[in-house]
Design a protein around this ligand. Structure first.
Ligand code: ZN
Length: 298
């Protein structure tokens, strides 16, 4: 066996091992850390990861000793977004629903993606935003498209100085990701620029915009986030819960939830339009084609 083959075999083995535990869970000093663990694929979020994240969050919610929850990604990047092209892509698989929605896997036309995304993207993100404990996203490297949704549902975001954020899905003819929080995370004019160009926003700029709470570094991210989480964890559970509800409620009164409903409908009109025009719901783009286009811009 040549070196090349043995390393390919090793890679395949590593990849299989890694796919065993695609979400990790640990608790230290009252802080639960939920880790997306598909570093080979930059933590691309497939259906299985979505439902395992949900289980991990539920576990942290149910554990009275956990006061604060941290969401992070293993490896070089926080998240490359939804899985649109890894070998573990499982969009056609049924998942055990957590809501009253029915299965998407055997449906056709616009129903397939509409039903899937209603729970797996929009529904899950809303559910996680409403977790009755403070949540902190620890972001390093790329936080792209679906990755933004995961960071945005957290109450606080701490990012490394080399982190960057982007939502390039307008290139697919799609008006932003399913959890349409852009005009809340950024002001509307900046949100338009962010979407119209698909450009990367640096951690520093995201900090200036109020989207990121603190800028850290690769060397200190874990310690900084743990310290912040432990500090928050000193507050009474009920005080934290009510404060979170009060602020989320203000956002909803400002129209966040209703705005997202309309954006989700337009999002699905774009999937259906793409399908009619190109026979492909993402307008002919997969992960590779998107990465190549994004690279052209750099
Ligand atoms: Zn979609």
């Amino acid at each position: 066996m040549s070196d090349k083959n043995s390393s390919a075999t090793a890679d395949a083995k590593n990849s299989a091992e890694e796919e065993k535990d695609i979400v990790l869970y640990s608790v230290t000093n009252g802080v639960a850390t939920v880790t997306m663990n598909r570093p080979t694929y930059h933590n691309a979020q497939n259906g299985r990861m979505t439902y395992e994240l949900d289980k991990a969050f539920k576990r942290a919610v149910d554990d009275d000793s956990v006061k604060v929850i941290v969401l992070k990604g293993s490896g070089k990047h926080f998240s490359a977004g939804h899985d649109i092209g890894t070998p573990g892509r499982d969009i056609n698989d049924s998942q055990e629903r957590v809501s009253m929605w029915y299965d998407h896997a055997n449906k056709e036309g616009g129903e397939f993606l509409y039903v899937r995304e209603q729970e797996a993207y929009l529904g899950m993100c809303r559910r996680w935003r409403e977790i009755p404990k403070p949540t902190i996203a620890a972001v390093q490297g790329a936080c792209i498209a679906g990755g933004l949704m995961l960071a945005w549902v957290c109450d606080l975001i701490v990012a490394t100085d080399d982190a960057f954020f982007s939502d390039p899905v307008v290139r697919m003819g799609i008006p932003g990701v399913e959890y349409f929080a852009h005009p809340y995370e950024l002001n509307p004019r900046i949100a338009k620029e962010f979407l119209f160009t698909g450009d990367r926003m640096s951690a520093e700029r995201a900090y200036q915009m109020g989207m990121v709470n603190r800028v850290s570094s690769r060397a200190t991210l874990d310690a900084d986030v743990q310290a912040l989480a432990e500090k928050i964890g000193e507050m009474p559970r009920m005080g934290l819960l009510l404060t979170k509800q009060a602020i989320n409620n203000v956002e909803d009164l400002q129209g966040k939830r209703a705005g997202m409903e309309a954006a989700f409908a337009w999002h699905h009109f774009s999937h259906a339009h793409n399908d009619l025009m190109t026979g492909h719901k993402l307008g002919g783009y997969d992960a590779k084609a998107m990465a190549a286009k994004n690279k052209e811009q750099d």
